[in-house]
Design a protein around this ligand. Structure first.
Ligand code: ACO
Length: 401
C-alpha cells in the first residue's frame, strides 16, 4: 500500500474539485447530515427533538462538548458565561465610529475582531482550560455585540444585560428593551428565538464553518476565526439568503404579488434571478429545518396576532415550486432561510439584521468545529490548485509594453 503523501510526491497528482462538491475536508463527530433523506442530527440527537425539548444554551453545550449537560454542568456553564458578559467601554467608541447605515454584518464582524484587542489572552490557547475560557468569553460577549449592533440600527440607546435572566431571554432584553420602560418577558417570542437559534446552530462543513476551521488551522485564534466566519456567512448564497428572501418577497408583494412571473424569471437561464431560499448544496429532498421553521412562523404570527401578506406569498411560491418540473427535477426545496425572515420580521428585527441573527445561532457550531479542529491537531488548511496561467516568459521592460 502506498500512502497519499508518497503518491502525490511521486506522481504530482492532485484532485480538482471546485466548490469542494465532493471533497471531505475533515473527520468530524459534531453534526450528521443526510441530504437525500433530509436528516439533521447534532451529536446524534435529531434536530426535531432538540428544537422541541432543549434550549439554546443546552444545545450550545452539546455541540461544543459532545454531551447534553446535566443540571450542575449547565448551571456552571451559564454562571461562567455570565461572569464574562462585560464588554469593554472602549468598544463603544468603535461602534460609534460606524455610520447608522453600515451593514450590521460588517459591524458585527469588525466588533468581533476588535474584541481580540481587549482579550489578548484568548488568542494563544494551548490547553483545554484556555480554550474553555476563550469559548465562554465569546459566548458571553457576542450577544452583547449583537444587541449593540441592533440598537444602533434602530437608533436606540445601548442597554445592559440582566444576570437573573436566561441566556436567550437576556438577549431578547438587550435587543428589545425600550428606554424608560420595564422589560416585559414574552414567552412566545423567547421560545421562537430559542428555536431559531437551535435550528441554525450547526450544519457541518458549510462555507462559513469551513472558513472558521481553515482560519483557525493557522492558529489565528478563536475570535479572529469567528470574525472570518461571519464574513463568509454574509454572502447571499449562504447566510445572507435570509435577508435576500425577505427582500424578494417584499419586491413580489410591491409588484402586485404575481408569484408565477417570478417563478418564470427563476427558471429563465438568461435571467440571473434565483428564487432565494430555494435549493441547498446538500439537501436534495427537503431541509428538515425549513419544516420546523414554517410551523414556528405560523405559530408566532398567530400568537402575536399578525397577518402578514408576505407569509401568503411565501406559501404560494413554495406550493408552485413543489409542483413545477424545473424545481422538482433539480430537487430545489425551501431551505432554512425561506421562512426564518418572516419570524424575524414579526419580532420587529430589521431585515439587515437577519444574517446577524443567523450568526448568533451559528456561534456554538463554529466554536465546536474550531475546538474539534484544534484538539485533533489538524494541519494548516492549504489546498493546491491546477495552474492554467502563462508559461515561463521573459520580463518586458515598461517602455516595451
Ligand atoms: N432558483 C432557481 N434555480 C436554481 C436555484 C434557485 N434558487 N438554485 C439552484 N438552481 C438551479 C441552477 O441554476 C442549476 O440549474 P442547471 O442545472 O440548469 O444549471 C441547478 O439548479 C443546480 O444549482 P447549483 O447552483 O449548481 O447548485 P449548488 O449546490 O451549487 O448551489 C445554492 C446551492 C447556492 C444554495 C443554490 O441553490 C442557490 O443559489 N440558492 C438560492 C440562495 C439560497 O437560498 N442560499 C441559502 C442556502 S442555505 C444556507 O446557506 C443557510
Amino acid at each position: 500500500a502506498i500512502d497519499i503523501k508518497t503518491l502525490r510526491a511521486a506522481t504530482g497528482i492532485i484532485t480538482l474539485d471546485p466548490g469542494f462538491k465532493n471533497t471531505g475536508s475533515c473527520e468530524s463527530a459534531i453534526t450528521f447530515l443526510d441530504g437525500e433523506k433530509g436528516v439533521l442530527r447534532y451529536r446524534g440527537y435529531s434536530i426535531e427533538e432538540l428544537a422541541e425539548k432543549a434550549d439554546f444554551l443546552e444545545v450550545a453545550y452539546l455541540l461544543i462538548f459532545g454531551e447534553l449537560p446535566n443540571k450542575e454542568e449547565l448551571e456552571k456553564f451559564h454562571k461562567d458565561i455570565k461572569a464574562e458578559s462585560h464588554v469593554d467601554e472602549e468598544m463603544k467608541k468603535i461602534l460609534d465610529g460606524f455610520p447608522k447605515s453600515a451593514h450590521p454584518m460588517g459591524v458585527i464582524s469588525s466588533l468581533t475582531s476588535a474584541l481580540i484587542a481587549f482579550n489578548p489572552s484568548s488568542v494563544n490557547v494551548s490547553s483545554k482550560e484556555d480554550m474553555y475560557h476563550a469559548i465562554v468569553r465569546l459566548l458571553a460577549k457576542f450577544p452583547v455585540l449583537v444587541a449593540w449592533t441592533h440598537r444602533k440600527k434602530m437608533g436606540l440607546p445601548l442597554d445592559y444585560g440582566d444576570d437573573s435572566l436566561g441566556y436567550v431571554e437576556n438577549i431578547h432584553k438587550m435587543m428589545f428593551k425600550r428606554p424608560n420602560q420595564e422589560y416585559k418577558r414574552n414567552e412566545v417570542v423567547i421560545e421562537a428565538l430559542d428555536k431559531l437559534l437551535i435550528l441554525h446552530a450547526d450544519h457541518e462543513q458549510n462555507c462559513s464553518t469551513s472558513t472558521v476551521r481553515i482560519v483557525g488551522s493557522s492558529h489565528a485564534g478563536l475570535f479572529a476565526s469567528i470574525s472570518a466566519g461571519i464574513s463568509a456567512l454574509w454572502g447571499p448564497l449562504h447566510g445572507g439568503a435570509n435577508q435576500a428572501v425577505l427582500e424578494m418577497l417584499q419586491a413580489i408583494e410591491a409588484d402586485g404579488g404575481d408569484t408565477k412571473r417570478y417563478m418564470a424569471k427563476a427558471k429563465d437561464k438568461k435571467d440571473p434571478f434565483r428564487l432565494m431560499g430555494f435549493g441547498h448544496r446538500v439537501y436534495k429532498n427537503f431541509d428538515p429545518r425549513a419544516r420546523i421553521i414554517k410551523k414556528a412562523a405560523d405559530e408566532v404570527l398567530s400568537d402575536l396576532g399578525i397577518e402578514d401578506p408576505i407569509l401568503d406569498i411565501a406559501k404560494g411560491l413554495e406550493k408552485e415550486a413543489l409542483e413545477d418540473d424545473y424545481f422538482v427535477k433539480r430537487k430545489l426545496y425551501p431551505n432554512v432561510d425561506f421562512y426564518s425572515g418572516i419570524i424575524y420580521r414579526a419580532l420587529g428585527i430589521p431585515v439587515e439584521m437577519f444574517t446577524v441573527m443567523f450568526a448568533l445561532g451559528r456561534l456554538p457550531g463554529w466554536i465546536a468545529q474550531w475546538r474539534e479542529m484544534r484538539l485533533k491537531g489538524e494541519p494548516i488548511g492549504r489546498p493546491r490548485q491546477v495552474y492554467i496561467g502563462e508559461n515561463q516568459r521573459p520580463f518586458k521592460a515598461l517602455d516595451k509594453r
